[in-house]
Design a protein. Structure first.
Length: 445
């Protein structure tokens, strides 16, 4: 086995390390998971109110606010792709540091000269550039995880990643906002997010000592331009990886899209009010974070594709329709029903968790390129979701947009049937090897 890839995994285990290993969490990366959770809480604090808040503080209208979020989504998409390719060249830890710095610098500028001055142009620029921050931090860490974790337990390791990721954005972030908004107001709450994110970022980059993430993962002869080009060309050299990227886009595009227009509908039209809307968001993603773990572990047993098809794609196609139409039909007096269908959507959304284990496993010898496309798909979702809302909210209305989202999930169900694992990955599962290990063996074969 490659020593750098498994350093820290083969040392004598203490009781806490054995417990983490039993739960499928790579023990040397534990503080990275903790830091990621706090980082994403800071990033997710704004998720339940930022669009209407911008509309009332410089953007002018909800449509113009959606343009800011769409620009942000483009930046997220590009940074998500770059995080995989650059992690291969520079090492995941350096990419995480760059992401942390970008987020802090441009969020402070956004708050002071953008929102603070109610300057729409500066809001567009600063918030947009800030979009490069969280994907480089979070998905840089995901590359670190896939390089270190044994393939046989990769589903669980990725499940823990999404436990931390969605635990912050937007679950606990929205919950924090529900307490801080009445105390400090929306603007003060946005400054609270800066403190939480800084703390999480420092815990992750300073606390994790596992050495794989400190060094480049690509072979020494791979150049920057070559790495970036290969991270795109793999989509047609390994078509299943390209198809998997599309599934990853569909996974969270509706999630990002609904956060653009659901707040106004649920708060004003249905009459939940802001606090009950934020509580609903917390229930959706609170359920999601626990099912991230459940489906991560379950997928290692029943198969990654099976989990995605039934629990992810088919489940989400049904649950997102219920999430919108049940509250619309029943009204604010049946809030408890909204909580139930919200929890169902959160649970089925977690059914897509194994895609982050499946996609790099489709091409272990090109793991960096596959991870770049996976992250590109995750970032593209932050653009595609709001873009669908911007394009179709006017012509077809809110109900029509939700039906479009449900149809996309059905498309994902069809696509995932084509994502069959290569024999090298199946052999790695039986050997308890890592993808970093498997990729080296395939490349030298």
């Amino acid at each position: 086995m490659n020593q750098s890839a498994t350093a820290g995994l083969s040392r004598p285990e203490g009781g806490f390390t054995r417990l983490l290993t039993r739960w499928g969490l790579p023990a040397p990366l534990f503080l990275g998971y903790v830091g990621l959770l706090l980082f994403m809480i800071g990033d997710g604090v704004e998720s339940g109110f930022i669009a209407p808040y911008m509309a009332g503080n410089g953007a002018g209208t909800e449509i113009k606010a959606s343009y800011v979020i769409t620009v942000y989504g483009v930046a997220v998409m590009l940074a998500s792709w770059l995080s995989g390719a650059l992690s291969e060249l520079w090492g995941p830890r350096r990419v995480m540091l760059i992401g942390l710095a970008i987020w802090l610098v441009f969020d402070v500028l956004f708050l002071t000269i953008g929102l603070g001055g109610e300057n729409y142009t500066l809001m567009l620029i600063c918030y947009g550039i800030r979009g490069f921050g969280y994907p480089m931090f979070a998905f840089g860490f995901l590359v670190w995880i896939t390089a270190v974790a044994p393939v046989a337990r990769l589903g669980a390791a990725v499940g823990w990643f999404y436990f931390a990721f969605t635990g912050g954005l937007p679950t606990l972030g929205a919950l924090v906002a529900s307490f801080t908004n009445p105390l400090f107001g929306h603007y003060g709450t946005l400054w609270v997010s800066v403190g939480l994110l800084t703390l999480g970022g420092l815990i992750a980059v300073l606390g994790v000592r596992q050495r794989t993430g400190y060094q480049r993962l690509a072979p020494p002869d791979v150049k920057p331009v070559q790495s970036l080009v290969s991270s795109v060309s793999i989509a047609w050299k390994k078509p299943r990886v390209g198809v998997g990227m599309l599934v990853r886009v569909i996974n969270t595009a509706p999630e990002f899209g609904m956060l653009v227009f659901f707040p106004t509908i649920f708060i004003d039209q249905i009459g939940f009010g802001e606090n009950r809307w934020l509580l609903l968001v917390s229930v959706i993603y609170g359920t999601n974070i626990f099912f991230n773990l459940i489906f991560g572990v379950l997928s290692d047993r029943i198969g990654w594709r099976t989990t995605i098809f039934w629990f992810g794609a088919i489940g989400c196609a049904i649950s997102i329709l219920l999430l919108y139409f049940v509250p619309i039909a029943m009204g604010a007096q049946y809030y408890w029903l909204a909580l139930i269908v919200g929890a169902l959507y959160g649970a089925t959304l977690a059914g897509f968790v194994p895609i982050s284990a499946l996609l790099p496993s489709l091409a272990p010898e090109h793991k960096g390129g596959a991870m770049a496309l996976l992250n590109l798909g995750a970032g593209a979702a932050a653009f595609v979701g709001p873009a669908i809302v911007s394009l179709f909210l006017g012509p077809v209305g809110a109900a029509g947009v939700v039906v479009i989202f449900a149809a996309l999930y059905l498309v994902a169900a069809v696509l995932v049937r084509f994502l069959k694992l290569p024999k090298e990955t199946e052999q790695a599962i039986t050997r308890d090897a890592s993808l970093q290990d498997t990729g080296k063996q395939v490349s030298t074969a």
